[in-house]
Design a protein around this ligand. Sequence first.
Ligand code: SF4
Length: 262
Amino acid sequence: MSGEVFALPGAAPSASAIKLYARETAGFAERLAKTVELLQEAVLDHGDGLLQSSSLGAEDMVITDLIARHKLPIAIATLDTGRLHAETLALLPQIEARYGLKVAVYSPVNDAVVTFVRVRGADAMYESLALRKECCAIRKLEPLSRMLDGRTAWITGLRREQSSNRAVVPFSEPDHQGRTKLNVLADWSWADVWHYIATYDLPFNALHDQFMPSIGCAPCTRAISVGEDFRSGRWWWESEDAKECGLHKSHSNEELKTGASA
Ligand code: SF4
């Protein structure tokens, strides 16, 4: 990474994500046109059964903008795990104000969270992989299953470049429950994502300016250093193979494993 990096006393190091990452590269216009085409086809194929599952990350802000810009009748939803950063949640009113679109928010079952925290502790995710996955099951998988209930297809922001586990992400694939998962930005680069954000002046998570390219729950996300992998700030205490929470299956060149990272 390059660009201006600075830090005020006591503040997290920060640098403009747009300055760091935005770059127009060969083939961008074609990739953008293909994404719009995929979204339009998905509307024709799935109608009301189609949903954008947004993490409110940079990729998903691009997809939401495309939905609004092309007036596509696609519902948008997100998961509020109860452990998100304030900067992430701040995007919800911004999306509503900018596009007039309501993002449906799905939260975990309160009793399940309260019991887990009482028995296992608020930061049990650091104690073992099993407890981390139990937390993800309660806070992410259960509400995701409600989010997708009645849907036939969902749109994600997965990209091949994000990690080795996602190196062969297809544009369209079946999920675990017979739905179609549409990864409409599969062939976009990180530079493409930020070129689009810069071009259309999109709102984005302020934490992207603090060296957090991939943002999940606050306890499980940290800033990365120069040279570290895109997703190395997620569940950083675990091995690469363990970085699964079940929202997506892994896509490695070697094998398709069950489970995956959000
Ligand atoms: S990412 Fe971390 S805090 Fe969020 S649900 Fe999973 S273990 Fe819990």
